[in-house]
Design a binder for this molecule. Structure first.
Ligand SMILES: *[C@@H]1O[C@H](CO)[C@@H](O)[C@H](O)[C@H]1NC(C)=O
Ligand SMILES: *[C@@H]1O[C@H](CO)[C@@H](O)[C@H](O)[C@H]1NC(C)=O
Ligand SMILES: *[C@@H]1O[C@H](CO)[C@@H](O)[C@H](O)[C@H]1NC(C)=O
Ligand SMILES: *[C@@H]1O[C@H](CO)[C@@H](O)[C@H](O)[C@H]1NC(C)=O
Length: 468
């Protein structure tokens, strides 16, 4: 599992200048119909400017492909996705070698032992996971930014389409539709992927949002031919997700891994125009794992033994909430199904879980670097359930000037944003073009500046921490 909501406070403290407003939410599915309707309030102008700047920044980082990794998977095919189990370290004491081993020998011959929470830095030799996460954000934000333009084609859509082609479709660089080597275990008893690695591709929900925005919006860069190719790829991958042993195991995981598995599968089914199939997937989640994930008081059950010994409860609450909310949005999109009032066996809802999570500050478990991870879920709950008395808005305001965040755009109605948009509309560089105002130059930069000051997320999205 991967989370990139890391505060920049660390890099600021270290005096690093590599600070960026760009952040990567744990997951989300942004309703393409809402985006394409384009009926955004003026209070969202700052959020729109942020989305444009994130789109442009990510455009400069890609394209990404599975071919760029320095090491091939055990079958020799770099087209296969690969990541290494992040907390496992070699113990070569039993090998009996008389000289130092080459890295390739270590990976195969030494046994690997777990040091939970301690990231083995050689995992950086292979960054398929970080690259896919960057891709998923690049596709989402460039598709949304394209929709602001009100044109059949734009530099944003060209970027999104070329990045999708590079990762999924071009014969020279495409990813094979499987995760056989995801979070792979090394050593003599390893060399295969583990079910936890399925999580690596949770960003398919963002990619599905982006592709459907392009497709339904009549974008001319996203041709019928590309759409057909992407559907063919997705169908193959759906089959893998529904038949491969490790994928089925992930689908049965009772913690966030299970929740995210359904994000990915439902999003893919929506993408291939199988809405009944997608609903089937979300229904399965809401009538199985979900029922046991939230206790009466809103605390989330994290029942795997491995997680019981862990010390990041704030992160895991926020992380699973993002996945639950994504499943709820996918169900709403696929079949107009409202699961927001769906109760667990103990009578709790997604809102109960969020309300509980808000009562325990990240500092209680020394997780202040994860503080902002909960914010998109707070906005989502406020927008869906309502926010009488502005309880959620006030909570967000305590942490940050949230109306400049990208998520503010698609979590409406939510109080706030007027002051920021007033500042933006006052800037001379803001022009009203097409269906939405367009922020460029000074306006865009000022929005970015606001984001920096409060979000302050490290630029190194791709260098985020891997966890199981
Ligand atoms: C948004 O701002 C513009 C320019 O100030 C104004 O003309 C327009 O009526 C506003 N729209 C809404 C929905 O308030
Ligand atoms: C065996 O290889 C390991 C890994 O390179 C190394 O740490 C160790 O020193 C080697 N043993 C000897 C006796 O050289
Ligand atoms: C729903 O899932 C069940 C069990 O996996 C399957 O048998 C059925 O065909 C699915 N229905 C649809 C519409 O996909
Ligand atoms: C939950 O149910 C109540 C009572 O039926 C309803 O008023 C409310 O709108 C529902 N909330 C959501 C988010 O669907």
């Amino acid at each position: 599992m991967r989370s990139s909501l890391f505060s920049a406070y660390i890099s600021l403290l270290l005096g690093s200048h590599a600070v960026s407003a760009l952040t990567s939410y744990a997951n989300d599915f942004v309703d393409p119909d809402f985006i394409l309707a384009g009926k955004f309030g003026n209070n969202t102008l700052a959020a729109q400017a942020t989305i444009r700047s994130w789109a442009a920044e990510l455009a400069g980082q890609g394209p990404w492909t599975v071919m760029s990794k320095a090491v091939a998977p055990p079958n020799g095919d770099k087209h296969d996705y690969m990541s290494w189990a992040p907390y496992w370290w070699p113990d070569c004491s039993g090998v009996g070698n008389t000289t130092e081993l080459a890295p390739e020998q270590i990976w195969k011959e030494c046994k690997y032992v777990s040091r939970d929470g301690l990231f083995n830095p050689d995992g950086r030799l292979i960054n398929d996971v970080g690259n896919f996460q960057s891709l998923s954000d690049a596709v989402l934000y460039n598709a949304i930014a394209h929709s602001f333009e009100g044109t059949p084609s734009s530099s944003y859509s060209k970027t999104a389409v070329s990045f999708i082609k590079a990762w999924f479709l071009d014969p020279d660089t495409r990813m094979n539709p499987n995760l056989n080597f995801a979070q792979m275990q090394r050593g003599p008893t390893g060399q295969t992927g583990s079910h936890t690695g399925i999580l690596d591709l949770k960003g398919m929900a963002k990619i599905a949002s982006g592709i459907i925005i392009l497709r339904k919006g009549g974008n001319t860069d996203w041709t019928t031919d590309l759409d057909n190719q992407m559907n063919a790829w997705s169908k193959e991958f759906i089959t893998w997700l529904e038949t491969a042993q490790i994928a089925l195991e992930e689908g049965h995981a009772d913690n966030n891994h299970g929740t995210f598995y359904y994000n990915q599968l439902a999003a893919l089914k929506i993408m291939v125009n199988d809405n009944p199939g997608a609903l089937n997937v979300t229904n399965t989640y809401f009538s199985s794992q979900y029922l046991f994930q939230i206790k009466a008081n809103g605390e989330q059950v994290r029942s795997r033994p491995l997680e019981a010994i862990r010390t990041r409860p704030y992160h895991y609450r926020a992380y699973n909430l993002a996945a639950m909310i994504t499943n709820a949005r996918l169900a709403a999109y696929a079949g107009d199904i409202n699961v927001w009032n769906k109760t667990t066996t103990e009578g709790a809802t997604i809102k109960t879980a969020l309300d509980f999570a808000m009562t325990i500050p990240a500092s209680a478990s020394k997780e202040t670097t994860y503080t902002t991870e909960l914010y998109p879920s707070i906005a989502a709950v406020a927008a869906v359930y309502g926010d009488p008395g502005d309880k959620y808005a006030a909570f967000l305001q305590k942490g940050a000037a949230y109306a400049v965040e990208a998520y503010f755009l698609w979590n409406q109605p939510l109080a706030g944003g007027e002051a920021e948009s007033a500042a933006l509309t006052a800037a001379p560089s803001i022009t009203g073009t097409g269906k939405n105002a367009k922020a460029t130059g000074v306006g865009e930069n000022s929005a970015l500046g606001l984001s920096w000051s409060w979000l302050g997320v490290v630029s190194a999205v791709a260098a985020g921490v891997l966890t199981l």
